[in-house]
Design a protein around this ligand. Sequence first.
Ligand SMILES: [Zn+2]
Length: 255
Amino acid sequence: MTLSHENLKQSIQFLLKLQEIDGKLFKLKEEMEKPASDFLALKQQQSEAAAAVSLAERQFRQIDRERRALELKFLTLQEDSRKAESRRKEVRNTKEEFASDREVENLQKRIQETKSLFDERTAAAEEKAKSLETKQAELSKIDAEFKQKTEERNARVSELQGEWKILEDNRNEFISKVHEDVFSMYERVQKLRRGTGVAVVSGRVCGGCFVSLPPQMVSQLQRLEEVFTCPSCSRILFPEALLEAENSSPAEAAL
Ligand SMILES: [Zn+2]
């Protein structure tokens, strides 16, 4: 790349302006890609609450199935018991009477056992139904909150997109003023360095990574006859002394 000192100086001065925009763009991008932590926390809560609801639903269905099976068993036993009672009326001898009594007794006992299991499962199902209801209410509350947060987030994202558009238009204006080779060097570095591709050198120190530069490089840099990049962070270097007057305070200019 052959560039006069003046062209190079101007290019890098525009890059410094471009860099201000890129820093802002970088922050916007970060916010757009990474939602605020309360949004993420709520999303987490929502998925946990949904999992709790589906677990409670499964448990309720299981208990309810057991309850209905016991109910069916109970009704069947009652029917069997009625049949046994009518057979008892037709016994022909003591032996048959004894056997019939045993059968009825046995069925009654099983009916009692089934009834008590059925009652126990019914109570358990009611309790599960209540707990499911509580969990569903918690989830609905989180869903409503999440919906509101999502709307807020979407509004914020369109706001950021609006800002993005303005900055990008600004950016394009500056790009056209920078030599294209210098710009491509800058672009490579700024993408890796959070939107900063140029560093101002104060004394011997790179303003990008704060590493001290070799003295010879610093003195060559003052003449700015070619592009120098920081050996440590690869940013394009620019001597503080060449900053435009409005960009440097009198104290800095005196250094
Ligand atoms: Zn550096």
